[in-house]
Design a protein around this ligand. Structure first.
Ligand code: AP5
Ligand code: MG
Ligand code: ZN
Length: 242
């Protein structure tokens, strides 16, 4: 049943039942993965999205897709990404608003790398009003800066399926080749060490304040991001299944 059908059902039921009929089971769920570059947001989103029936939305992936397709948006975004700076809020908000309206997001979504500024957090709340979403669950990944740098300069990503590897912690079975589909593994342009350090500074300046913002709303959950990936997944599922 799509959301439009559900609207029809609700109005039909409203004719025969109490007008105060209210249910929450259909409300789309919003999960926000908050954390610095290399904290493991993408790795965990790939693991939990299917299990939770939620769509994985990474604003970084959307922006890289624009760069790949050489769109107008990419002309503005590419130099900023390559310097480790943020893309302007209004561009990212427009992109997310359009994506969330797609039918594959109707059950809810995991936001990976968004919001990253207070303006984006407020914008997300405005976007979610017409979708009648539940209050967001925010998972904050804590990992020390030096570990982030080590993780990112050793990260490789499958060109085809997007699976994330690490040359030290989780190397592929055959060098440069994806275990899942045999495709080539690539390194992101912004994973050069000097850009990684700038991305971490950008995070400290613009995104870290969101921890207090969501803590004040009572929706923040801490995730120990330095643990083994299986342990991180288990702790996330514990929060989401509560
Ligand atoms: P984006 O693509 O979102 O990058 P990021 O936030 O910097 O995060 P990363 O993708 O680098 O790290 P991750 O936390 O996903 O870690 P991963 O799971 O891969 O954004 C890129 C750029 O786009 C931004 O700099 C900005 O310019 C722009 N942008 C994007 N969104 C924007 C927004 N909302 N507003 C404005 N601009 C925006 O893991 C990293 C490595 O660690 C991997 O090798 C992995 O195998 C390994 N690893 C993961 N977990 C573990 C573990 N538990 N133990 C050991 N190793 C682990
Ligand atoms: Mg990522
Ligand atoms: Zn692959």
């Amino acid at each position: 049943m799509n959301s439009l059908d559900f609207q029809n059902l609700r109005s039909a039921q409203g004719k025969f039942r109490t007008p105060r009929f209210k249910s929450t089971w259909f409300q789309p769920r919003t999960v926000i993965l908050l954390g610095p570059p290399g904290a493991g947001k993408g790795t965990q989103a790939q693991r939990i999205a299917g299990q939770c029936g939620l769509k994985h939305l990474s604003t970084g992936d959307m922006l890289r897709d624009n760069i790949y397709r050489d769109t107008e948006l990419a002309k503005k975004a590419k130099p900023l990404i390559n310097r480790g700076e943020l893309v302007p809020d209004e561009i990212v908000l427009g992109m997310v608003k359009e994506r969330i309206a797609q039918p594959d997001c109707k059950n809810g979504f995991i936001l990976d790398g968004f919001p990253r500024t207070l303006r984006q957090a407020q914008g997300l709340e405005e976007i979610c009003v017409p979708h009648k979403s539940k209050a967001a669950t925010v998972l904050n990944f804590a990992v020390k800066a030096e570990l982030l740098v080590r993780r990112l300069i050793n990260r490789r990503i499958c060109n085809k399926c997007g699976h994330i590897y690490n040359l030290i912690e989780h190397p592929p079975e055959h060098s440069g080749i994806c275990d899942l589909d045999g495709s080539e593994l690539l390194q992101r342009a912004d994973d050069a060490e000097e850009v990684v350090r700038e991305r971490i500074c950008t995070y400290e300046r613009h995104t870290r304040p969101l921890i207090d913002y969501y803590a004040a709303k009572g929706v923040l959950h801490e995730v120990e991001g330095t643990s083994d990936p299986d342990a991180v997944t288990a702790s996330i599922l514990k929060v989401l299944n509560k």
